[in-house]
Design a binder for this molecule. Structure first.
Ligand code: PMP
Length: 367
């Protein structure tokens, strides 16, 4: 019968060798996974109730506490993406009718509005143009006006390449009896964040960015402000046997280097890239140098060029992934990620060379 041939064809296609190209991943994530972590992922499984698993889980917790700079007991890794952590963070802190203030200066604030809306929150938005961050004064005005029980803010706005200053924000929120929830998916490990010192109540990140692990694991931590945090239900037992291999035995770049060295290196390399981009004639999207996110660097697409043609050329000719814009920056910018193990001068020289080549070979309209 005809269906038999279809299944035979499908079966034959499954026998083809897996083709996974070797690429330099300089988009806004996922980043490349270093050989040590790749090797850890190839190890045999153990069960989620085996004795060794508990030790590994404890080590994971200590690792996340270090990366987040927190003593919070409720610190764990969710088996899910950054979106999953965003949802877990909001779901566990927002109830229908709660007033939530969301700082929106790019797509991640917009996304948090969507999720909070579905949770039935009473949402208020504090909006800034793409490429800008929020001052304490602006946030204070928003808190005073809306009296929310939660403020959502993005530390590293990867759609625009902006880093949000966090000093003083926790104290400010707590004066208004408001929890501070920070998305650090694109920034954690690459630029300073001190959960306890900065008074952050809920913080999460993703594995596939500066931590250089495969996607699908999201470290998250909840502060001890239990009188405010509702009962937390974020973990799933099944995640345990799986995600831990990526962290514990292999140690991401951030732990090997130490946080301070990692922050310093990301900053120096971002400056080196930005200088190179400007030498090639690019204009940086974020005007204020101090507001530039060292892990995701955004530059305007030069006039007359099509961003898609540039990114496709660089991928096909140089084997390097860089990205176009997203949300408010879509069609306007190119984004170059320098995350963890990928943040090296050698990689920057490679991508600058590829961009120079692209500017010569891609079509430039005379308009
Ligand atoms: N927040 C920020 C700041 C991000 O950059 C991203 C991913 N680009 C996410 C959340 C969502 O993470 P994921 O893609 O792992 O769902």
């Amino acid at each position: 019968p005809q269906t038999g041939y279809i299944y035979l064809f499908m079966f034959i296609s499954l026998l083809q060798p897996l083709l996974v190209p070797d690429r330099l991943m300089l988009g806004p994530g996922p980043s490349n996974v270093p050989p040590r972590i790749l090797a850890a992922g190839g190890r045999q499984l153990i069960g989620h109730i085996h004795e060794e698993m508990f030790q590994i889980m404890d080590e994971i917790k200590v690792g996340i506490q270090y990366a987040f700079q927190t003593q919070n007991a409720l610190t764990l890794a969710i088996s899910g993406t950054g979106h999953c952590a965003m949802e877990a963070a909001l779901l566990n802190t927002v109830e229908p009718g709660d007033a939530v203030l969301v700082a929106v200066n790019g797509i991640w604030g917009e996304r948090a509005v969507d999720v909070s809306q579905r949770l039935g929150a009473d949402i208020h938005q504090l909006v800034k143009p793409a490429g800008e961050y929020f001052t304490l004064k602006e946030i204070e005005e928003g808190l005073a006006q809306h009296m929310p029980s939660l403020l959502f803010i993005t530390h590293g706005e990867s759609s625009t390449g902006v880093v949000q200053p966090l000093d003083g924000l926790g104290d400010l929120c707590h004066r208004f009896n408001c929890l501070l929830l920070v998305d650090a998916v694109a920034s954690l490990g690459g630029t300073p964040i001190l959960m306890d010192q900065q008074g952050i109540d809920i913080l999460y990140t993703g594995s596939q960015k500066v931590l250089n692990a495969p996607p699908g694991t999201a470290p998250i931590s909840f502060s001890e402000r239990k009188q405010l945090v509702k009962s937390v239900c974020v973990t799933s037992a099944s995640c345990r046997s799986f995600l831990l291999f990526y962290f514990s035995p292999s140690c991401p770049f951030v732990f090997v280097q130490g946080l301070e060295n990692s922050w310093k290196l990301h900053k120096e390399n971002s400056i080196y890239l930005c200088e190179g981009l400007q030498r090639l004639g690019f204009t940086l999207f974020v005007k204020e140098p101090e507001a530039r996110l060292p892990t995701v660097n955004a530059a305007w697409v030069p006039s007359g060029y099509d961003w898609k043609e540039i990114t496709t050329f660089i991928l096909n000719t140089h084997g390097i992934e860089i990205s176009g814009g997203l949300g408010p920056s879509a069609g306007k910018v190119l984004r170059i990620g320098l995350m963890g193990y990928n943040s090296t001068k050698f990689n920057i020289d490679r991508v600058l060379h590829a961009l120079q080549d692209a500017l010569q070979h891609c079509h430039k309209s005379k308009m």
